[in-house]
Design a protein around this ligand. Structure first.
Ligand SMILES: Cc1cc2nc3c(=O)[nH]c(=O)nc-3n(C[C@H](O)[C@H](O)[C@H](O)COP(=O)(O)OP(=O)(O)OC[C@H]3O[C@@H](n4cnc5c(N)ncnc54)[C@H](O)[C@@H]3O)c2cc1C
Length: 400
């Protein structure tokens, strides 16, 4: 593994920095600064997507012939780091990280031509309809049924936890098309239009008082069969392929370093009995322990990057980074609470809406501490819970 960054990469970094300096407006940057989850305020996030799209940089991880950048793993990582440092809002992952790669891998030529350009441009906004009230970790037990009716399916059932369904005009989802045989064998992967009659979206409000998730009800929803990705009853292969993109290859360490530095910034500004929290040796020890943990994770992630550069698959190591990445994320938000103390107590979600004129009762550095802490509780659940990831490691890595 070569850890030195050569001059080629230094030049690349400077090019990215210059582009961001010239194109990332204060308005859009504010959405990144105030984001309290993996999602930023969608209007500004989409505005940033359009700017990147114009430059051809919206989907660095896609193959070049479909609109990717042709950057190697290190260049992609540098791009992500620079976006993070500049407070650029994260782009909506359901379209670019999940649905797009899946259509590239399993879609027909017509489907690629129809959907991929609109994913890149942001014209289509996708949500993920996998989970159901009785099917989360055990996804194969899903019951939403699609009955064949000539050239269409008629879909009935319920999806839950559907992030940003209230903004999405499209959904990729898993439906049951057969109740015969193994549960995995009767599942089909469908794309549908959220404006189709029979679809109802109801909000789920999070612990942090923010509306990100929804329940989506299907009542005799007609979906053309041409919207199917892959073969009927072969949706499980497509779903597993997509989950590889959702779970795998994600880099946590750069964002974690950045978030931890933010905790120091808070600790330096909060005073108790005349000295700052940062001067407290017990606090500093916890901070340093987290710094060490992030560095350890960074080495694992560098090993994965190195394997990817050499054309290998990261395999079950992605489960390791998912567990450690989310656990450290949660620990950082806990340390931030400790640093902010009473300033973290008011939960003023309206104040952290980008462009809000509401008056904050706490200093700016403390505004997002509590919402981030509350939101981060879910990181060890979505994308496959950490218990399930441990099961994968036990089976695939340790052979238990
Ligand atoms: C904030 C958030 C956003 C989400 N967004 C989406 C989305 O956009 N689209 C979508 O389709 N889904 C989404 N989900 C759903 C998410 O994928 C599921 O919540 C997750 O897979 C867990 O399923 P569950 O909630 O049904 O819990 P369950 O599967 O019922 O699990 C309950 C508990 O049992 C444990 N458990 C279950 N099985 C095992 C096992 N085999 N071994 C050990 N422990 C086990 C789990 O770890 C958990 O602690 C989201 C969830 C959250 C919290």
């Amino acid at each position: 593994m070569n850890l030195t960054i050569g001059s080629k990469y230094q030049e690349f970094r400077e090019k990215i920095q210059e582009f961001i300096r010239e194109n990332l407006t204060d308005d859009i940057r504010e959405a990144g600064r105030l984001a309290t989850s993996v999602f930023a305020e969608p209007k500004r996030a989409m505005a940033w997507q359009k700017i990147l799209h114009k430059q051809g940089w919206v989907a660095p991880h896609w193959p070049k012939q479909f609109g990717g950048t042709g950057w190697d793993v290190v260049e992609r990582s540098i791009f992500a780091q620079e976006c993070l440092k500049a407070n650029a809002p994260p782009l909506i992952p359901m379209s670019l990280l999940m649905c797009g790669p899946c259509i590239i891998g399993y879609g027909t030529e017509e489907q690629k031509a129809e959907y991929l350009p609109k994913i890149l441009s942001g014209e289509d906004f996708w949500c993920q309809g996998y989970s159901e009230p009785g099917a989360g970790s055990d996804l194969a037990s899903l019951q939403t049924f699609a009955e064949s009716d000539g050239d269409d399916y008629i879909v009935n059932g319920t999806k839950i936890w559907t992030t940003y369904a209230q903004y999405a005009n499209k959904m990729f989802c898993l439906v049951r098309t057969s109740r015969e045989g193994k549960p995995q064998a009767g599942i089909t992967f469908l794309l549908l239009d959220m404006n189709t009659p029979g679809i109802t979206v109801e909000p789920i409000i999070g612990l942090d008082q923010v509306h990100e998730q929804n329940t989506v009800f299907f009542d005799n929803v007609r979906v053309p069969k041409v919207n199917r990705i892959g073969k009927e009853n072969d949706g499980w292969s497509v779903a597993k392929y997509l989950l590889m993109f959702e779970r795998g290859g994600q880099e946590y360490a750069p964002a974690l370093h950045f978030q931890l530095a933010g905790v120091r910034n808070i600790a330096e500004q909060v005073y108790v009995a005349g000295s700052s929290i940062w001067q407290d040796p017990f606090f500093k020890r916890k901070y340093c322990e987290l710094e060490i943990e992030i560095s350890a994770l960074e080495f694992t992630e560098n090993r994965i990057k190195s394997a990817l550069t050499n054309g290998q698959n990261p395999g079950p190591e992605a489960s390791m980074t998912k567990i450690r990445g989310t656990e450290i994320t949660q620990a950082i938000t806990e340390l931030a609470l400790e640093a902010a103390g009473e300033f973290a107590l008011p939960l003023q979600v309206d104040v952290i809406e980008p462009g809000s004129k509401d008056v904050s009762v706490v200093p700016e550095f403390a505004q997002t501490v509590m919402p981030k802490y509350l939101n981060a509780r879910a990181t060890s659940i979505y994308g496959g819970s950490n218990e399930v990831q441990r099961g994968i490691i036990a089976k695939m890595v340790l052979g238990l």
